[in-house]
Design a protein around this ligand. Structure first.
Ligand SMILES: NC(=O)c1ccc[n+]([C@@H]2O[C@H](COP(=O)([O-])OP(=O)(O)OC[C@H]3O[C@@H](n4cnc5c(N)ncnc54)[C@H](O)[C@@H]3O)[C@@H](O)[C@H]2O)c1
Length: 372
């Protein structure tokens, strides 16, 4: 197997919807820095269709192990159902490859800590795909909020109100604790609250509720949370797949401005609106809207950041503490919903049932309404 000099050699594991629609365009956009040399899928029909779409030079495999042994890729992009992410990420890390894996990176904090141990042993890194962090509008908003330019963050809303029908949940891995890891909390709203955490920093305490109101699933189809951040800000989070009028929204009210993002599955600079407080001069507010070149949030944008980190020889964004913090927030939301009490950052440790599984061992007995 030959490859062009100077380019990273990449493999994709899983050739379904998101790899075809997100990872392949990203690899094509960065073709000067990375080349796709292999693809893995257990479904030969999907694999063949993907290889036809991807073009020449992509060798097909039916298992990750066979691909890793034959190809020794530099980078593995994973887009399989969530229950496979841990084992495939660990295998790739052990083979010395960097990993860019779809969300959720894994099903529990226990699984995350296995990935962290594999990272430490290999020296390679595993990042999770949260593409909305990497659009230029989000980069700008974070710079302004974390740099103090908008004043202290005080109140935030984080809303993922999407709609999914019964056909969507007829896919066997969806809506099951063991295969998807949860409902819209781990599968859909996780994009928006990951962005909220990215903008506001460390969270301190979560209270929450979850319910299964419509779908024939094991996990919830709606959850809501109240959050206190370490800096003092209070936030609400809604994760729904029951909402006919679909929208994704993150709004942060700071002392000097409200910043609000409204989009659905991806944002551009124009989706970010800054409203100054009455005491703020217009010239100062005008500067906030200068986000530079418009880079839409996308897998392409995130892959660029990962390749930059590789070139610089540093830990890539979306890995390590950043990846764990979002997963810990999900675990805390479920623990708060299922126990009916506030959960503090850091309290879910080995020995806690919510460390081992998002449902804390009560998934099968949960009635779908109220505490487990
Ligand atoms: N970042 C985003 O915006 C976004 C959007 C959609 C889905 N996702 C995530 O992407 C992942 C996949 O979702 P999807 O909608 O593309 O699913 P999908 O069912 O369309 O694709 C999954 C693919 O994995 C293959 N597969 C199953 N077992 C495998 C194995 N052992 N080895 C190799 N391949 C195997 C399947 O045959 C299928 O082709 C999920 O984690 C999902 O949450 C992310």
């Amino acid at each position: 197997m030959t490859s062009s000099p100077g380019r990273r050699r990449a493999a994709v594991v899983g050739t379904g919807a998101i790899v075809s629609g997100g990872h392949l365009p990203a690899l094509r956009a960065h073709t000067d820095r990375v080349e796709l040399v292999a693809a893995v899928d257990v479904d030969p029909g999907r694999l063949d269709a993907f290889r036809t779409e991807a073009g020449e030079g992509v060798t097909g495999f039916s298992t990750t192990e066979a691909m890793l042994a034959a190809v020794r890729p530099d980078l593995v992009l994973i887009g399989t159902p969530p229950s496979l992410h841990r084992e495939q990420t660990v295998a790739a890390l052990k083979a010395g490859a960097w990993v860019l894996c779809e969300k959720p990176l894994c099903l529990s904090l226990a699984e995350y800590d296995e990935i962290a141990a594999a990272e430490a042993a290999s020296g390679a890194y595993a990042s999770v795909i949260f593409q909305h962090r990497y659009g230029s509008g989000a980069v700008r908003a974070r710079e302004l909020i974390r740099g103090g330019e908008l004043g202290a963050p005080l109140v935030a809303h984080c809303q993922t109100t999407w709609h999914r029908d019964a056909g969507y949940y007829s896919v066997p891995w969806r809506g099951r604790w063991a295969t998807e890891g949860g409902g819209p909390t781990t599968g859909h709203g996780i994009h928006q609250y990951d962005l909220l955490l990215h903008l506001l920093g460390e969270w301190e305490e979560v209270q929450a509720m979850a319910a299964r109101l419509v779908h024939d699933t094991e996990s919830e189809d709606v959850s809501t949370a109240l959050v206190r951040f370490a800096g003092g800000a209070l936030a609400t989070v809604v994760n729904s797949v029951l909402s006919p009028d679909e929208v994704s929204r993150v709004r942060v009210d700071c002392a000097d401005a409200t910043v609000e993002l409204t989009h659905l599955y991806g944002h551009t600079n124009d989706d970010w609106v800054y409203t100054p407080a009455p005491h703020v001069p217009q010239e100062r507010a005008a500067a906030w809207r200068e986000a530079g070149e418009d880079v839409p949030s996308s897998h392409t944008a995130q892959l660029g950041f990962v390749l930059d980190a590789w070139d610089a020889g540093v830990r890539p964004p979306g890995s390590g503490r950043e990846a764990r913090s979002t997963l810990e927030f999900a675990a805390a939301l479920y623990k708060a919903a299922f126990t009916g009490r506030a959960v503090r950052a850091g309290e879910i440790r080995p020995g806690d049932p919510f460390y081992e599984a998002m449902h804390g061992g009560v998934g099968e007995t949960w009635s779908g309404v109220g505490r487990a």
